[in-house]
Structures are given as C-alpha cells and as structure tokens.
Ligand binder design. Structure first.
Ligand SMILES: *Cc1c(COP(=O)(O)O)cnc(C)c1O
Length: 365
C-alpha cells in the first residue's frame, strides 16, 4: 500500500460542471440539443478575433512559450495601470490560488472564508493540512469575519466578490473595511473572477487591482475564463505588491502558460468590445430569470455575476430538479453539496435560456 500524505484523507475531489459529452453518452441526447449552463462559461462562444490568433499561432507548437510572459504583463499593466512586477500569471486564477496556498499555509495554519464560497479555497488549504474556518453566512459580513478573525487569527482570509456559487457581491467599501481591520500578517485574497459583471451592474461594487495595491498583505485575483470567454485557455492573474509576487514566483513551475494561451490573453486585453457585448446580452437575459422566479413564486439571490442562484423551499428539491433536467439535456449546477437547497444556472443565450425555461417549467410542475 502506498503511504499517501494523510492530508488526502479528508479532501473531496473537486467536481467540475458536467461536460456535454457525458450527457450525450449517458442519455443518448444529441450534442446539439444539450444546453450547458453549469460552468459559468461565456455563452456567446469564442470571439472571432481570438480564433484568428489561435490559427495564426498554429506553427509554433515546438517552441516553449515566453516564460517571462513579457507581452501579457505589459498588456495587463496597461489595462490596470500597474507595473509588471505586480503581476503573477497562472493557468487560470486557480493556479494562482494554489501558489498562494503553498506559499503561506502549513499544518498549523488556518484560513477563513464565507459559509458558501468557491470550493477550491478549501481544497488547496486542505492539501497543505491547514484548518478551515467559515463564517455563518454566505454573504461577506464584516462582523462575522472580524469575530472569526479575532478568534482564529487565520493566515489567509478569502473574500470572493462577486461570490461563487451564490452570485451576491460585497461592496468596495465593505471589502476595504475588512482589509483595514486585519493586521499585516494575514493575507487577504480578493477573488474578482466575476468583477466585470459586478462593475457593470453597480460601480459601488467595482474593485480594481489598483484599489488594493497600497496594502502589502492583499492580493487581487482576476481571470480570462468568465467575461472574456476563455475558460478553455486557462489564464488568470494575481496582482499585489512586488514583494508578495516574488514570493509566489517560487511556487511557479516553468512555462505554466502555453504559447496559445499567452497569445489569446494578450489579444483579449486589447479587445474590450467582446466583454461589453457579453455583458449587454447577459443583462438583458438575466431579467428573464428574475421575472421567471417572481412568477413562479420562489426566491433567488440578486446576482452580480453571469449566473443566478435559485433558492427553493421544502416543496422543491434541488437534487431532483438538477437530475431531471440533466436527463433532458439541460446541465445546471446543484448546490446541495454546499448545503443549500438551490441551483445555480449560468445565464445563456436567448435560445439556451428558452430551452432551460421550457424544461424547467415541466420539471417543477
Ligand atoms: C471560475 C472561478 C475562478 C477561477 O477560474 P480559472 O478558470 O481558474 O481562472 C476563481 N474564482 C472563482 C470564484 C471562480 O468562479
């Protein structure tokens, strides 16, 4: 028997949204009839300008990518008005989370996060043998965070705004209040994976990396996976003071971002039109989800993201609903594993949403 690291004993493998292929295989549904609204992907698809960049890089697969990531750092520096030394790039912001965890945590360390938030914070912390503390609410409430902070003095506090999988957000003022109240020995991670959506909805919720760069113990995380529609390319970033970034660099494997991924992320930085178009479509379509819940008489969490979380009472069971929709070729996220009788639905295109509503009405009838 291999003697695995004992930390593995209480780690549950991360369960990603179900892929379209699985529904095709298990339920014999045609791939073109499957609607996937489970992974918060951009429903518009691939920006044609990005597809062009991928094609034009077709002949350089034999070369290692530029490990300095100079051009992408320049593009991000210009976008956010920061310096190259403030940036670390990961294979998704997930990889930056992993660097952070490995750089800061150990067996006697602990982390603090909200009751329901991004699953990877816990998984990475457990990999390091660290303890997990959660506040009582899924919202990021100052009093709850401060009480737990004073009690446990965690090495890391995660503030996910907007929060996944709930969709709510924390205002810039409230985030700064928490940051200002903790001492410099605690690292505060502000995960802004959906920040583009929140910023477009309400400027009071818009946080930029620059807002946080004055704090030595804060890192801002962003990603190209959501509003930029590049989930398949795996590029995210962390932005912080240079000293913190250079420590995280010690955890980075060489060439962690592929040539194609670098090229498309550089293009995406120049191309705000696609994000604007995505957000406009999203804002039109999410109104239908809100109106639908109101008509049907169930609750939802007001969303600052590209998905909406529907909350059910005891007359409705999220597991039954998710399983039945899946058999009909509609993939959404069941939040039962987060302890919520709720589902999370990524807002799709008009057509995809039509399909969702058609089946959903029948399933809940
Ligand atoms: C999607 C997501 C990420 C990371 O996505 P990557 O594809 O790894 O960049 C990070 N945090 C939250 C809250 C997310 O929802």
């Amino acid at each position: 028997m291999i003697r695995f690291n004992k930390v593995l004993e209480n780690i549950k493998t991360y369960e990603a949204g179900k892929p379209i292929e699985l529904v095709v295989r298990e339920f014999g549904i045609d791939a073109k009839d499957v609607v996937k609204l489970a992974s918060n992907e951009n429903p518009i698809g691939t920006n044609p300008a990005i597809a062009k960049v991928i094609r034009s890089n077709a002949d350089i697969a034999h070369l290692y990518p530029d490990d300095s990531m100079f051009e992408l750092k320049e593009a991000l520096s210009a976008k956010f008005d920061i310096e190259d030394e403030n940036i670390i790039i990961g294979a998704g912001s997930d990889q930056v989370l992993e660097f952070i965890s490995r750089a800061v945590l150990h067996e006697n360390a602990s982390v603090l996060m909200s009751a329901v938030t991004f699953a990877m914070y816990e998984i990475y912390a457990k990999q390091m043998g660290a303890k997990i503390y959660r506040t009582a609410s899924y919202e990021h409430k100052y009093d709850e965070f401060m009480e737990a902070y004073r009690m446990y003095k965690p090495e890391i506090i995660y503030l996910c705004t907007p929060n996944n999988p709930t969709g709510d957000a924390t205002s810039k003022e409230d985030v700064l209040e928490i940051i200002n109240a903790v001492d410099k020995e605690t690292l505060v991670v502000v995960d802004g994976a959906y920040m583009e959506y929140a910023a477009a909805k309400d400027p009071a919720y818009a946080i930029t990396p620059n807002d946080l760069l004055g704090f030595e113990n804060v890192i801002y995380l962003g990603t190209f996976s959501k509003a930029h529609g590049l989930g398949g390319m795996r590029v995210g970033y962390g932005i912080a003071q240079a000293e913190l970034i250079s420590e995280l660099y010690k955890m980075r494997p060489p060439f962690n971002i592929s040539t194609l991924s670098l090229a498309v992320a550089i293009e995406a930085c120049k191309n705000d039109d696609f994000v604007t178009k995505s957000i406009t479509l999203h804002q039109e379509q999410i109104k239908r989800y809100e109106a639908f819940a109101d008509e049907q008489g169930f609750k939802y969490i007001e969303s600052y993201t590209n998905f909406i979380t529907y909350l059910f009472d005891e007359n409705m069971d999220s597991t039954y609903i998710a399983d039945t929709l899946l058999k009909r070729g509609v993939i959404i996220r069941n939040l039962a594993s987060y302890g919520m009788n709720a589902i999370r639905v990524t807002i799709g295109t008009e057509k995809q949403n039509d399909v969702f509503f058609k089946h959903f009405v029948e399933v809940i009838a």
